[in-house]
Ligand binder design. Structure first.
Ligand code: ZN
Ligand code: ZN
Length: 1358
């Protein structure tokens, strides 16, 4: 030290101090790591060399200045303390640095340049072959304190092992993947400038004269040599590098390939030798190299092919570009257009200027060929190109997705990911990269994808700082490998991960579980879309080495999977848009639409519905992911973080008929589901004042409109991505049931099993060693038991954390989710840690074993175990965390509709008034049970059914109303009151009505907001309760025919829905107004042409019921059956009436496909509606009994003559009139006679008038406005003057053979004719006949009354 400091006597004190520190640093940190290659140098010599280097680097302006502001930093200090990215550049002045920052930030405005740190770094460059670790080929900077990874732009082999000063470098800390992160992994260096050697200053630049190419061969010659394997032969090859392929690690062995070129000949070299792996960083495409010591190997994985392999004696020499030209006669090739593939020679676009936003010619031609009917089915061919650009953004480094030049996507997932250096602002160079055009709608149209044959090199490090990447995408590339995903599928998966993160994290899914959910989503979609994933094994040698090149990226399909995952709020806005764009007012009108007056027209457009299937959505089928929840209202909803949508849900019944029933299983609540099959329902409410049909296109007549959108789905169509706790245990039970039946588990069930097993393992760990001991003893038996216990204990723990109130239920569900997540996460983590495939195999074989072993005894044991754990009311064995509750089992007999009622129930802090409520009549079965923990939906225990059954009225008020969609008559539930052991809570009390009147005959029980209800899906079938039948449900025909019944319950299909006219509102109506006070008439039938029943609904006191849509099957309970003045039967709602959607209509059915049955009039008259309601009649028109033609004022309905309305008082100044016509004709077919009514659209057909004649007739009636003729005797007469030419024309037409002709008609039976004539009280009437001079009087049944809806001319028949 002394002698060293003697060199600097004339320096200032500060400088001497700095120099002293430098000496100590060099001596302690650098000197100990010097290798033999540096010769013998002393620390003093090293320090002096260092000072010379530093002074030369700082600049010559002041010859002997030292960078005193710089501090020497050791490697371990750097990686331990430097937590933010930084750069250091010894040679810059402040002004230079400022300019550097300005340039960098101008290029990418959203980023900041790396902050400058005044740090001096020295060390040795090592090739990663340290004695303490196996060679991995990564370059490192090393000093006595440690090593750190470094990236170099074009390192020279000569640099290895030398002590060097790094004048310019960036340090980038890496996000910590785990706690046990190696110090070295915490960050890496980007060495920007050439390192400055501190020793004998060897010639770092290449000296061409020194290259020894003696006995070396060119590529062409070497290719000939490898045809014959000669033992002991070592080859020395020189050539131009045409490809440097990524380093792979297979079964713990690292290797990489490179390819040399000479003219059109190429030769692959395989580098498996660990001490040669560092070569990879030195090689760059276009450079020339000479490699010695190669031997010829036969490659096992690549049958029949020989390659040259590096050996431990191999060495790499970089040659100057000019050298090879001197040695060989091959013409110079553009280094940027390597033409590896002989079939694409000359067709590659030039490298750096390739305008990749435009698609290459073949694709463009294909695009121009017009809309492709099935774009996803036809695979496209990608094209190998070279590209050079600047990384502008990192979409996900873990998933390998980047953007170059702001317009080209880059996917690195098909290579083992190398993340270092790929930061925004870095310049990169790609060779043999696949160019794909629009592989996915979610990414840039132009995509570059690297495969195992592509070369990727950073040519200039970024000057910008970069944000830390999300690590949760990290498993995606491994899923790509495992499932052998195509590029569109992989991009879809990445897109879904991002979308799931936005839409579900953190409320329902934890950040680290997003991948698990995305993976299941992919499984849902890919299995439903056949042929997903490529299957088969990948042959990596073939992909890397074979000519011509073929790899998973060579062919790609566009947009697979085709479905689009949309957020719930996006789905709602899709529906809201489609709602109005799909509306055509004219199509809402009946066939006689043109003759409707204003009073008839506006109601018929007041309500309409649009239905469309999610899978038919354009441009791609829709896919929804969300959590099913029961919010505080009366409907089920699907929710994600963006919003919620109401669901009308049904289930497929247990009986294998496939029929649907109303959803009743509460286990669905809290499940995260994937919805692929659903119907989007868009109800439109329109308030309008259209004067007539001619004004329908004028929106100004619409005074108000609003829509209500929701979805309809069948729960069995849903795919569970993450089950609720109740659903998980239900699936497990069902799974064990099928196992018992000898059936194989489905993949999904196995997933559930795995989760459960994960849970169990967790439990075991918690309980410690003694449990494990026990487990070993009891084996499989104990396993089941502990699983149950474990699940329940954990629940209790969750619950303990909860506080009372309304939010509890919701949070419990969420808790369930979290539990699931935790469980799954653990399972997943375990999977990630080990080799996936082998783990999976192990598991399934383990499961098979368990299946075999446990077999039939499993279920019984499970029951036994549950009994044991459950039947300890207040038992001493309870753990301190147990949360007691009480429960009772109930069978629902009947449910009343939900409505705003004044229940008069005092509610804390709320004023009295109307509250949403409904009531349920239920049989409480057995005694009230005490539980140590929530039994949820565990199977019904025997003890729960002991005791008397009593009927109670359960009252659901306010937030308890949320149970409404899932409580169905005939279903069994377990009602649970938490946080209590007092059975009296669940005993109903008799409500003392006001002024001493008993209001209910049954005791009533107010359901509190924190109570829970669990559906018992498989109640003990031996109990008599399962036979209990609620109110008798009738069919439509039974309702029509029965008598003396006041309240009826029946089911049927809605065939029509009409909004009835309301009182006019003076103020601007709001949405609430439009729906409130709504009065609706439903036409309910059993089959499309069967008998129907009108049902009048008063919705003024009820929240709006979704699902009242034509096609859906409804159950209407407790409706009042009434008789109209003319004796027709109709029903109307009363306050207790309840509507339940039982089954969803099919949106694709065309109900009027087949013509109605042909029927004889005599048969129809006898059988009435029992035969049919709509029929085809072939008969002869005997005469026209009655004909009325009229121009009607569309506003007031008076007769309209010329150009004005005839209403005298008050005068009507309407300007629009509609033409109306009505006729009645007698028709007979030999078996009987019928009176058939015709209205406007069919009358012209009856009269045999062509359209111009019919319009002319209408015009000629303009003057008088009105004409009515009827039969008297054998002629037609008129009310007024008989001389009228129009009358004469009509009577002529009516009696002519153009009208009185054979016809085939489609007719509907009048309501009054539904009952057969024989059974009608007024069935016969006296009729008088005259025959000559005699008169007969006879009883005749009244003729059949029909309405003609369609005339089929003779030629049109059949
Ligand atoms: Zn490829
Ligand atoms: Zn009028």
């Amino acid at each position: 030290m002394e002698s060293f400091m003697d060199n600097f006597r004339e320096r200032s004190e500060v400088e001497r101090e700095w120099l002293q520190e430098l000496f100590v640093f060099v001596r302690d940190n650098l000197y100990p790591v010097l290798g033999p290659s540096t010769g013998s140098v002393s620390p003093e010599q090293l320090s002096l060399a260092m000072i010379r280097r530093v002074e030369r680097a700082v600049g010559s302006s002041c010859a002997r200045s030292l960078p005193l502001s710089y501090r020497l930093i050791s490697v371990s200090e750097l990686v331990t303390w430097q937590r933010t990215p930084c750069c250091s550049n010894l040679t810059w002045s402040t002004a230079q640095h400022r300019e550097w920052v300005r340039e960098a930030e101008q290029a990418l405005p959203n980023h900041e340049a790396l902050p400058r740190a005044n740090l001096l770094l020295i060390g040795c460059l090592s090739d990663g072959c340290d004695p303490e670790r196996s060679c991995d080929g990564a370059w490192r900077v090393r000093d006595a304190t440690g090593t750190v990874h470094c990236e170099l732009l074009s390192p020279s082999p000569l640099w290895l092992g030398l002590p060097v000063l790094f004048p310019c470098w960036n340090y980038i800390p890496q996000p910590a993947p785990g706690k046990d992160q190696e110090v070295e992994e915490r960050g890496y260096l980007e060495l920007v400038g050439c390192p400055l050697p501190l020793t004998s200053d060897p010639e770092m630049t290449f000296n061409p004269a020194g290259v020894n190419l003696k006995r070396s061969v060119g590529v062409r010659e070497a290719a000939g040599l490898i045809q014959h394997r000669v033992r002991g032969l070592r080859v020395k090859v020189y050539g131009e590098v045409s490809g440097v392929y990524p380093r792979l690690n297979i079964a713990g062995k690292s290797f990489f390939c490179l390819r040399l070129r000479e003219g059109r000949h190429t030769l692959p070299l395989l580098v498996t030798e660990p001490c040669c792996l560092w070569w990879q960083q030195c090689l760059c495409v276009g450079g020339s190299v000479c490699v010695s010591g190669l031997r010829v190997c036969a490659l096992q994985g690549w049958s029949g092919n020989r390659v040259l392999c590096a050996t431990s004696q191999s060495s790499l020499t970089l040659l100057p570009d000019t050298l090879i030209q001197d040695l060989s006669d091959t013409p110079t090739l553009d280094m940027h257009t390597p033409d590896l593939d002989t079939d694409t020679v000359g067709s590659d676009p030039p490298l750096s200027d390739c305008s990749s936003t435009e698609c290459p010619l073949p694709e463009r031609e294909r695009q121009g060929a017009g809309p492709d009917p099935s774009p996803s089915l036809r695979p496209r061919l990608s094209k190998a190109i070279s590209y050079k650009g600047v990384l502008t953004s990192v979409l996900s480094a873990a998933a390998g997705l980047y953007v170059i030049d702001g317009k080209v996507g880059l996917c690195l997932a098909y290579q083992p990911l190398q993340r270092r250096g790929l930061r925004p602002g870095a310049e990169i160079e790609l060779h043999d990269v696949h160019f794909l055009y629009r592989p996915s709608p979610h990414f840039h149209p132009s995509m570059l994808c690297v495969c195992l044959r592509s070369s990727l090199r950073v040519t200039s490090f970024s000057r910008l700082g970069s944000e830390v990447d999300r690590p949760s995408d990290a498993p995606l590339p491994s899923l790509l490998l495992e499932r052998n995903l195509g590029v569109s599928q992989y991009l879809w998966l990445c897109h879904c991960c991002r979308a799931l993160r936005d839409r579900l994290v953190p409320r329902w899914v934890k950040e680290e579980r997003v991948y698990v959910v995305a993976r299941r989503l992919l499984e849902c979609v890919v299995t439903s879309e056949k042929g997903g994933g490529r299957g088969g094994r990948r042959d990596i040698y073939r992909e890397m080495l074979q000519e011509p090149h073929h790899c998973p990226l060579t062919e790609y399909s566009v947009s697979s999977p085709v479905c689009e995952y949309v957020s719930v709020s996006d789905c709602v806005s899709v529906m809201e848009n489609e709602c109005w764009t799909s509306l055509s007012l004219a199509s809402l009108l009946p066939a006689s639409g043109s003759s409707l007056t204003r009073a008839e027209l506006n109601p018929s457009v007041a309500w309409s519905v649009g239905l469309s299937l999610g899978q038919d959505s354009q441009p791609r089928p829709l896919l929804l992911v969300g959590v099913l929840e029961l919010p505080g209202t009366h409907t089920l909803r699907l929710r994600d973080q963006t919003g919620a949508v109401t669901c009308v849900a049904v289930e497929t019944g247990d009986d294998d008929s496939g029929g649907q029933r109303a959803a009743n299983n509460t286990a669905w609540i809290g499940c995260l589901v994937c919805v692929q099959r659903f119907t989007m329902v868009m109800e439109r409410f329109l308030q309008s004042e259209f004067p007539s049909y001619r004004h329908l296109d004028q929106d100004s007549y619409i005074t108000h409109r609003h829509c209500r959108v929701y979805i309809q789905l069948c729960l069995n169509d849903l795919q569970i991505l993450s089950p609720s706790a109740a659903m998980a245990s239900l699936l497990l039970r069902e799974n064990s049931r099928t196992t018992q039946g000898g059936e194989r588990e489905t993949e999904r069930d196995r997933g559930e099993m795995r989760e459960k097993r994960g849970e169990e393992r967790e439990e075991t760990r918690e309980k410690g060693g003694e449990e494990r001991e026990e487990r070993r003893e009891k084996g499989g038996e104990a396993r089941e038991e502990r699983r149950e216990k474990g699940g329940e204990e954990r629940e209790e723990r969750e619950e303990r954390r909860e506080k009372g109130g309304e939010a509890r239920e919701e949070r419990r569900e969420k808790g369930g989710e979290e539990r699931e997540e935790r469980r799954e996460k653990e399972g997943e983590e375990r999977e990630e840690r080990t080799d996936y495939v082998s783990e999976r195999k192990k598991r399934s074989s383990e499961e098979d074993r368990i299946e075999e072993r446990e077999g039939g005894a499993k279920r019984a044991r499970q029951n036994h175990t549950e009994n044991e754990t459950c039947s300890k009311p207040g038992g001493g064995a309870s753990l301190p965390g147990d949360w007691p509750c009480i429960s009772v089992v109930m069978c629902v007999e009947g449910k009343e509709g939900v409505a705003w009622r004044n229940e008069g129930i005092a509610c804390e802090g709320e004023e009295a008034g109307l509250s949403l409520c409904f009531s349920v009549r239920a049989d409480l079965i057995g005694q009230i049970q005490r539980w140590e923990r929530d039994p949820r939906n565990c199977p019904l225990q025997e003890r729960e059914t002991d005791g008397q059954t009593r009927t109670v009225e359960l009252l659901f008020v306010r937030s308890s109303v949320r149970w409404f969609p899932l409580i169905q008559a005939g279903s069994f539930y377990r009602l649970i009151a938490p946080n209590t052991q007092d059975p009296s809570v669940l005993i109903g009390c008799r409500v003392a009505g006001r002024s001493g009147v008993e209001l209910h005959t049954n005791p009533s029980l107010l359901v509190r907001s924190d109570w829970r209800i669990h559906t018992l899906t498989h109640p003990l079938l031996t109990t008599p309760y399962s036979q209990s039948i609620s109110q008798k449900v009738m069919s439509v025909a039974e309702v029509l025919d029965c008598s003396g019944v006041d309240l009826v319950s029946f089911h049927g299909v809605i065939s029509q829905r009409i909004t009835l006219q309301r009182g006019t509102t003076t103020h601007t109506p709001t949405q609430r107004d439009v729906e409130a006070g709504l009065s609706v008439r439903l036409t309910v039938c059993v089959e499309p042409r069967g008998r129907s029943l009108q049902v009048y609904l008063d919705l003024s006191r009820t929240p709006y019921p979704p699902g009242l849509v034509p096609g859906n099957t409804v159950l209407l309970t407790s409706f009042q059956r009434r008789l109209s003045r003319v004796g027709g039967v109709y029903c109307r709602s009363v306050p207790v009436s309840c509507l339940t959607i039982m089954a969803l209509g099919k949106t694709d059915t065309q109900s009027c496909d087949s013509p109605p049955p042909m029927i004889l009039l005599g048969v129809w008259a006898l059988a009435g509606a029992e035969q049919c309601v709509v029929g085809r009649v072939r008969g002869h028109v005997v005469c026209v009994l009655y004909l009325q033609l009229q121009w009607t004022c569309s506003l007031c309905g008076s007769i309209y003559t010329q150009e004005r309305c005839t209403r005298p008082q008050p005068p009507c100044n309407s300007t629009s009139a509609v033409f109306q016509a009505e006729a009645k004709a007698a028709v007979e077919d030999g078996s009987g006679e019928a009176h058939i009514w015709f209205s406007c659209p069919v009358i012209s057909g009856l009269l045999g008038l062509a359209m111009p004649q019919w319009e002319g007739l209408q015009r000629s009636l303009r003057v008088r406005g009105h004409l009515r003729v009827y039969t008297r005797g054998r002629s037609l007469v008129c009310d007024v003057e008989a001389e009228d030419p129009l009358l004469q024309y009509l009577s002529c037409v009516c009696s002519s053979s153009t009208v009185c002709r054979p016809l085939t008609l489609i007719c509907t039976l009048h309501t009054r004719s539904h009952t057969p004539a024989a059974r009608r009280e007024d069935s016969a009437q006296l009729k008088r006949f005259t025959r000559g001079d005699r008169e007969f009087v006879t009883r005749m049944p009244p003729p059949l009354q029909l309405t003609c809806t369609h005339i089929l001319e003779e030629r049109e028949r059949d």
